[in-house]
Design a protein around this ligand. Structure first.
Ligand SMILES: [Zn+2]
Length: 88
């Protein structure tokens, strides 16, 4: 298993095979989690970086995670593959 694999859309650790997204043919996608990517497409193709930041922040606040962890997760988002190309 690859260490330091994170979903390149939401930053969630891809720690198990089950959490990985799937291609149209059922193969696993190693870049994205199943919450972001299923059957070969993003679940929310129109989502932008700011919306993803809000989503991640809300989700982590609900999980009662400490604020520094939430800030770190949100700061990482622009460097992920899904968002990086859109900022040029
Ligand atoms: Zn994801």
């Amino acid at each position: 298993m690859k260490i330091n694999a994170f979903c390149q859309s939401c930053g969630m650790p891809l720690s198990t095979e089950e959490i990985k997204g799937t291609e149209e043919n059922g193969a696993k996608n190693n870049d994205y989690c199943r919450y972001c990517y299923q059957d070969g497409a993003f679940k929310n193709p129109k989502m932008n970086l700011d919306e993803m930041k809000d989503k991640v922040q809300n989700k982590m606040e609900k999980m009662k995670l400490p604020n520094y962890m939430i800030q770190k997760a949100v700061t990482i988002l622009p460097a992920l593959k899904r968002w990086k190309s859109k900022q040029i």
